[in-house]
Design a protein around this ligand. Structure first.
Ligand SMILES: [Zn+2]
Length: 334
């Protein structure tokens, strides 16, 4: 899901002062000079039909994927099976306990599991691409868009990025978070009733210092709407926003972005720990967002084309993200 804030700022694409011309050519990234180019001069390959077949499997064969349920476990097993056929990816599970707040329909502690896939690189730093795979707790909800779309985009990115290791560049990490959704009927709360998996992981990584290895984090959520219009989340890192805008431009897809809005989502727990982060989300799903969190979030209202637009955006943006963001140096311990 993702929790909307009340203010809606429809913004024009703020491209002032940024060079998007291929002739710019510079390799030194600065706040006002980031060159995004098509990788190898070509539109990157992203098999959107295969991603759509994955989404069909997720919705029709697995179905609801609430935290701590068999659907969630089946999803992880399926993702791990898919990843095991690819070169280079190292997969691990990250378990945590989520406690539904008093008054929630669910009672007692719930075991959640984040799934992480790493493709080690030969340079310092990690670029994280993230999604949540759990679904909202309401009867018959399969989350084709909310939870499903970004999950299958990450899987297809894993196929496209697979390589012998170490890859040339920073380490890539794909993170499928569990427990992003709140426990109903209670309202969303950033710290007690939502984002259980990302919050747990960010806390642990802050404690052991590994969060400083993350150079940048890109969160995808609700990216499958057949009428796709992506928000650049207001509080997201401004340089990441500009790179994404430029990537859409070089892909000749400038209408992909429709404005900005403050959205609470898995990225907040990394952002508040100073990780440069962006949330790419379409929060206008059906008329007046009426397909959100109900049975209308199904395969009829998502499209392969939208999955492809997002997949190619990330593939195109990655080199500029790697060039522009480096890991933070370890802090001195007293
Ligand atoms: Zn949701």
């Amino acid at each position: 899901m993702a929790f909307p804030q009340p203010t809606l700022l429809l913004a024009t694409s703020a491209l002032l002062g940024i060079c998007i011309s291929p002739s710019c050519g510079g390799t030194q990234a600065s706040e006002n000079h980031i060159a995004v180019k098509l990788p190898g001069g070509q539109i990157p390959q992203f098999d959107e039909q295969r991603a759509m077949e994955d989404l069909r499997y997720l919705c029709e064969e697995i179905g609801p994927r609430r935290i701590g349920t068999l659907g969630g476990e089946k999803t992880r097993q399926w993702l791990q099976t898919q990843l095991s056929t690819l070169d280079g990816w190292q997969v691990e599970e990250d378990s945590f306990l989520a406690e539904p707040p008093l008054g929630a329909r669910r009672r007692g502690e719930v075991q959640g599991v984040n799934l992480l896939a790493k493709l080690p690189g030969n340079q310092a730093g990690e670029i994280w691409i993230c999604s949540h795979y759990d679904t909202f707790d309401t009867p018959g909800f399969v989350g084709a868009n909310d939870g499903g779309s970004s999950t299958v985009v990450l899987l297809e990115l894993a196929r496209q990025w697979q390589s012998q290791t170490p890859r040339q560049g920073q380490t890539l990490v794909l993170a499928w978070f569990d427990g992003e959704e709140k426990f109903p009927p209670l309202e969303w709360d950033d710290f007690t009733n939502s984002t259980f998996g990302s919050r747990s992981l960010a806390e642990r990584m802050e404690k052991d210092g590994s969060i400083r290895n993350i150079s940048a984090l890109i969160l995808l959520d609700m990216v499958g709407d057949s009428q796709l219009g992506v928000l650049k989340e207001t509080t997201s890192n401004s340089r990441l926003k500009r790179i994404m805008e430029q990537a859409a431009s070089v892909l000749d897809d400038p209408n992909l972005f429709v404005g900005q809005r403050d959205i609470k989502d898995d990225h907040i727990h990394f952002r508040r720990r100073n990780v440069p982060a962006i949330n790419l989300i379409d929060f206008n799903y059906g008329p007046a967002n009426s397909y959100w969190h109900n049975q209308k979030d199904n395969l009829d209202h998502v499209s392969a084309k939208s999955l492809g637009r997002i997949g190619r955006l990330i593939l195109t943006a990655l080199p500029a993200v790697e060039q522009s963001f480096q890991p933070r140096k370890p802090s001195k311990r007293n």
